[in-house]
Design a protein around this ligand. Structure first.
Ligand code: GRF
Length: 200
């Protein structure tokens, strides 16, 4: 099953997915919206096609997403995994990939949606935060939740230390959840069970 990863930043989650050898899908494309993102040089070692698509070079979001969609179709991509992709997905991609786009977020949603979830958690003074993997819908981090894992917030935590512990969980949980959801979806394809209802 051909799949794509979308990333805008460092790409450590993208790497964790690409390097996981026991997935039911093969990552065949990296889509990046930032021409200077570190993920692009990281991806040179992965042996997959990198598609850099800068939204600034398109008249609007629809044209931008249409260019991505053309590439996805060319590669026959069936699943999209967002891994630090810092943009809302619009109707062009949502309609082409219904319930086939996943995202990872560094908090226990619905708490601390949007940017800087780790900073938000530290400011709020919560004792527990975590990681969420969810289906993508039109909202900001609002799609139905597939998997979550808690991370204790320590008195001594800085943004950097909490980020490190959260990322260590992310790098295991994202590939694990991809394996789970794709296996379930393949198994249930014929009777159309709604897999997103099943909380792990
Ligand atoms: C991750 O913490 C993820 O939860 C969030 O963006 C960050 C991406 O980090 N959506 P990286 O680029 O994968 O290192």
């Amino acid at each position: 099953i051909p799949a794509a990863v979308f990333a805008s930043g460092s790409g450590s989650n993208a790497e964790a997915i690409v390097e996981e050898s026991h997935l039911p899908c093969t990552i065949e494309l990296l889509v990046c919206d930032k021409p200077a993102a570190p993920v692009i040089s990281r991806a040179k070692h992965w042996n997959i096609e990198v598609f850099v698509c800068d939204p600034k070079t398109f008249p609007n979001k629809q044209a931008y997403e249409q260019a991505i969609l053309t590439k996805l179709r060319e590669k026959q991509i069936e699943w999209i995994f967002l891994a630090g992709y810092m943009r809302l997905i619009g109707p062009t991609l949502l309609e082409a990939y219904p319930e086939r786009i996943l995202n990872i977020h560094p908090s226990l949603l619905p708490a601390f949606a949007g940017k800087d979830a780790i900073g938000q958690a530290l400011t709020a003074g919560v004792k527990v935060s975590g990681v969420t993997i969810h289906f993508v819908d039109a909202g900001m981090d609002t799609g139905s939740i597939i998997a979550q894992e808690a991370v204790r917030v320590l008195e001594t935590d800085t943004n950097q230390t909490l980020h490190q512990r959260i990322q260590a969980i992310e790098h295991r949980l994202y590939p694990e959840t991809i394996r789970y959801i794709l296996t379930e979806r393949e198994r249930n394809d014929s009777n159309a069970t709604s897999v997103d209802q099943r909380i792990r």
